[in-house]
Design a protein around this ligand. Sequence first.
Ligand code: AMP
Ligand code: MG
Length: 307
Amino acid sequence: MAKSKGDKKKDAKDKKETRPKEQRVEVPTSAALRVGPDFSWEDVDERATPGWDGDKAAAAVHLAARADELSDLQERLYAHGRTGGDRSVLLVLQGMDTAGKGGIVRHVLGLVDPQGVALRSFGVPTPEELRHHYLWRVRRALPRPGQIGVFDRSHYEDVLVTRVRGLVDEAEVPARFEEINRFERKLVESGTTIIKVAMAVSYDEQGARLRERLERPEKHWKYNPGDIDARVEWPEYRRVYAEAIRATSTEHAPWHLVPADRKWFARLAVGELLLEALRGLELAWPTADFDVAHELERLSASDDLPH
Ligand code: AMP
Ligand code: MG
């Protein structure tokens, strides 16, 4: 039987009542995205939205609603660093070309004060960088206390692209994994929270994004003929990515696999990971190292001075 107008209205009202505005929604948490030593690409669906059952519009609203908290927590971290604290956050973004690393920087890190963000993109090493150990350029780019460091690519390129292109001796790779684990452990011990994100774009979606870069003149600047050289090595990249993730997903610095065919999901997910990490620091505002009441008195007294 068709519902009367009144019934429909009542249904809508019931729905509203069972879904109040402030109700906590399911969000993609680190637990939902974390991958470990048993990681396999077979378990990955690049279009999935683990931990989130809303749509694109809801995700944008959700991320925007998080902006204030993200910004507040980032300011606490910055204040902490300016007053002698040792904590920092390092977000490591890895992924094939077009996975959306730049979009994360713009849409997620763009929500906080740029003064507190230290962004570094790692490309083909310069001659100077090549003269040093592969971690040399990474150490120089680490976030200082109080900063959120963002690596667009990272030391992981030295166990990824270098393997695919035969730039590293295969026999040396297990030692590099160990070295990276030790390096990250030291970082964590010295106060850095590391968030490692592997952004997974599918082969088809990458094809579509590269095509768009070629077909739209305003996107030509993003295109690099080398992107195709990497694309044709897709199975090799999958293999080395899986090996690197399995070998370096540690308790102190686990990997998160973020499905990235839906850009809006990747942004939402990384936003949540960052938020979780910042909340975990439990930073209070630094207490004044001066006598506040006395300073207020001095300020008041200064008001009437000739000026
Ligand atoms: P993009 O991130 O699109 O600007 O591209 C940077 C390029 O630099 C990518 O093709 C990376 O694979 C490459 N790259 C980054 N680190 C290394 C490295 N250590 N050795 C060789 N190539 C690298
Ligand atoms: Mg590129």
